[in-house]
Write a protein that binds this ligand. Structure first.
Ligand SMILES: *[C@@H]1O[C@H](CO)[C@@H](O)[C@H](O)[C@H]1NC(C)=O
Ligand SMILES: *[C@@H]1O[C@H](CO)[C@@H](O)[C@H](O)[C@H]1NC(C)=O
Ligand SMILES: *[C@@H]1O[C@H](CO)[C@@H](O)[C@H](O)[C@H]1NC(C)=O
Ligand SMILES: *[C@@H]1O[C@H](CO)[C@@H](O)[C@H](O)[C@H]1NC(C)=O
Length: 444
């Protein structure tokens, strides 16, 4: 019991519920809109990846999560995808305790060394709160601080750390916390490390189920749509020119058809290069860092890629000053980043977290995605793409070429014909370890 101590922490003040009502309205409008789009453009595969959230009743497990017992987690920090994983882990911890998770704060900025610079941002400023609860109904549940009846008596559970804090001890602590007398407390406040660093007790599919419930708020989703529309517009122009030069005019009707694009999550900025070299040494593997030349060459060798095509480069802002990332691409691959695309103004309005969320969406919805298997950002995109393919009934899509929908590749691992390696997430994995920290075992 030395790990568990009682506290009388004062909970944060109640949050407004007007926002929830607005969300409910927005959701209704969006569901109607989605229904409309799928009727009109039902045959277009590109649209479906955006609107394929599964409304299956399998989400509604028979028994729900208790609504009168809560877990409070520390502020969630670091990169967008570290934050998503940390959030999901906090949800799964709350689920294990059969409690509602009090909506945590995310962090808008990336400064993780100085806590003052973390800029907390409420979860519901980024993701839809009500939508989350309806999609994840019966599995996990988020609550507002205003739902707590007794704001004075939280029980504090201090997460252990260090080598002696094994996964078994962590699980024992969770079990203990799910029983009386601790279970009698209305709120369990977990303190200590960032949830990303908590021990992982859950299989990949549990995380995937939570990620699927994370739907961007309308404002951010619209910005992502604008970027994707712009990519497709540029692609249409390029394709139009190619068609004219071939005197090929049977293109009618294709104006409506979304033009496909490739997205490459290109990690070659200095910080990453230093990090990945260290990682290569520590793990004794050579396939983590890829140079710009290696990436462009491997992407150029993807079998069956239909050209000309736009290649959207999701890169760190520092690389926007480096025009060399736009050169060296094989003929027919037309590289664009946000600046050349003219959408940098959209990104500029937002803090780090939102910028990253927009880029995530652009990569997620690309027809072909190429990333680095040691990047959490790339790994989560591939996980979601794999999940979506499985929902569409595509079992194993490791086949070659682009006969498969939404193929993903890892440019840091050589594949066939000097191209990048095909990449799918192993949804049967017993933990998220590989995705959180990167791996060169990528299922295909
Ligand atoms: C949570 O508790 C409720 C009420 O006691 C119960 O019906 C439900 O099965 C529990 N859910 C889980 C996931 O343990
Ligand atoms: C709230 O919790 C505190 C501490 O556990 C307890 O002393 C108090 O009686 C509770 N108040 C109500 C209204 O239940
Ligand atoms: C690193 O890997 C290489 C080849 O895989 C192996 O020969 C070598 O012994 C390894 N070094 C260490 C320190 O594990
Ligand atoms: C939704 O998910 C369920 C179970 O996960 C699956 O059986 C069903 O086919 C899915 N429906 C659609 C439309 O994807």
């Amino acid at each position: 019991m030395d790990l568990l101590s009682k506290s009388s922490k004062v909970l944060l003040p109640p949050l407004s519920s007007i926002a929830c009502k607005c969300f409910a309205l927005v959701i209704i409008v969006l569901v109607l809109r989605a229904a409309f789009i799928s009727t009109v453009f039902g045959g277009f595969e590109q649209n479906q990846i955006a609107i394929s959230h599964n409304f299956s009743l399998s989400y509604m497990s028979e028994y729900g999560i208790r609504k009168d017992k809560f877990v409070e987690a520390p502020q969630i920090v670091w990169g967008l995808n570290n934050q998503k994983i940390a959030f999901a882990r906090a949800c799964l911890t709350a689920r294990t305790l059969n409690r509602t998770l009090l909506m945590p704060s995310l962090s808008a900025s990336l400064f993780y060394k100085e806590v003052d610079l973390l800029q907390p941002i409420s979860f519901d400023k980024v993701f839809r709160f009500e939508r989350f609860n309806s999609l994840c109904n019966g599995f996990v549940r988020l609550g507002h601080y205003s739902d707590v009846f007794n704001q004075t008596g939280a029980f504090e559970v201090q997460k252990g750390s260090g080598r002696r804090w094994t996964i078994q001890r962590d699980m024992d602590q969770l079990r203990q916390s799910s029983q009386d007398p601790i279970d009698r407390y209305e709120v369990i406040h977990i303190t200590g490390k960032n949830p990303f660093l908590w021990h992982d007790h859950w299989p990949v599919k549990d995380y995937a189920r939570i990620f699927e419930c994370l739907v961007l708020v309308d404002e951010i989703a619209k910005e992502a749509d604008k970027v994707i529309d712009k990519i497709r517009e540029v692609g249409r122009e390029v394709k139009g020119k190619a068609q004219v030069s071939q005197h090929d005019n049977h293109l009618e009707g294709h104006q409506l058809h979304p033009v496909s694009y490739v997205a490459v999550h290109m990690r070659i900025e200095k910080d990453w290069m230093i990090h990945c070299k260290k990682l290569e040494q520590r793990l004794n593997v050579s396939q983590i860092c890829s140079s710009k030349a290696e990436i462009t060459e491997r992407v150029g060798n993807i079998l069956g890629l239909k050209t000309p095509t736009v290649v959207y480069l999701a890169v760190a802002d520092v690389l926007l000053e480096d025009s060399s990332i736009l050169s060296g691409w094989k003929e027919g691959l037309l590289p664009f980043e946000k600046k050349k695309l003219g959408v940098d103004g959209i990104y500029e309005k937002y803090p780090y977290l939102i910028k990253s969320a927009i880029d995530y969406e652009v990569c997620l919805r690309a027809d072909v995605f190429v990333g680095n298997s040691y990047s959490t950002f790339s790994s989560l995109i591939v996980l979601e793409r794999t999940q979506k393919m499985m929902r569409m009934g595509v079992g194993n899509s490791c086949g070659s070429g682009t006969d498969v929908r939404w193929p993903s590749y890892a440019y840091n691992i050589p594949g066939e014909s000097k191209g990048p390696q095909r990449w799918m997430t192993n949804m049967a994995d017993s933990s998220l370890q590989a995705i959180s920290y990167g791996s060169n075992r990528i299922s295909c």
